[in-house]
Design a protein around this ligand. Structure first.
Ligand code: FPP
Length: 237
């Protein structure tokens, strides 16, 4: 199994991760530091999501999974949840006009569809359909996502197909993303997984930074990739 991608087009890195997971954390603290409402942090975070997606596509990373809204985030104050959902909605409307500019990006939403407003679901489906025929970087946006929820959904799907005994390969084939995540990036100083890509993280390399997500730059991504290049991955061997 090829876990590394030799980067031939780009002389910047000798090896690149095939699949990166990014926990977009620190929006609230970023806003607070500036005396702004938390929603201003999420808005700034959405711009960084766009910038980093484009940079990953430029670098020809195969797959990137962004943690946007967890199954636990519904516990936040109602107004904040509403503001984040409105942000996703407005972002997707705006992205429709920007589709040409991001021609090498394929979008997929991962997570539990139940609980998401129908108008937002329609925009999510449209974005997936409109980008599905493209070649390029697969951007998974995790919305109403939890790593445990993902594994349970995979098992239930296998049961519904009549499976009575389940193997690791079965689960690997029925989770939302590819089964391995090579590198997980978490900014904002927190060093935990928070129910993100639990199955895929079995042999992930982790990269943390104190930078808050709205301040995260292409340079930070490059630093993470440079560190990744130097890691000695043994996969238990
Ligand atoms: C975590 O920061 C961030 C969220 C729960 C929301 C993430 C959403 C975005 C970055 C917008 C993404 C937009 C698109 C279009 C995909 P936090 O609020 O937990 O920050 P804190 O830890 O500083 O309070």
């Amino acid at each position: 199994m090829a876990l590394f991608k030799k980067n031939e087009q780009n002389a910047e890195f000798s090896v690149l991760p095939e699949h990166i997971g990014i926990i977009m954390d620190g929006n609230g603290r970023w806003a607070k530091k500036r005396g702004l409402p938390r929603t201003a942090g999420h808005k700034a975070g959405a711009e960084v999501f766009k910038k980093i997606s484009k940079e990953c596509a430029r670098l020809e990373i195969k797959e990137v999974t962004f943690y946007a809204f967890s199954t636990e985030n519904w516990k936040r104050p109602k107004e904040e949840v509403k503001a984040i959902m409105t942000l996703f909605h407005d972002y997707l409307i705006e992205a429709k006009n920007d589709m040409e500019a991001s021609g090498n990006i394929i979008v997929k939403f991962i997570g539990e569809r139940r609980g998401i407003a129908p108008e937002l679901l329609k925009l999510m489906d449209d974005a997936e359909r409109e980008t599905s025929k493209r070649n390029g970087t697969l951007i998974n946006v995790a919305v109403n996502y939890g790593g445990r929820q993902e594994i349970v959904a995979a098992v239930n799907r296998l049961f519904s197909l009549g499976k009575t005994e389940i193997t690791e390969d079965d689960i690997s084939r029925n989770i939302y993303t590819s089964p391995e995540c090579d590198l997980i990036i978490r900014p904002s100083g927190e060093e935990r997984l928070s129910n993100f890509l639990l199955w895929q993280a079995a042999y992930s390399e982790f990269w943390y930074s104190d930078v808050l997500w709205p301040d995260f730059s292409e340079k930070d991504l490059h630093n993470a990739l440079s560190d990744f290049e130097k890691r000695n991955r043994r996969f238990g061997g």
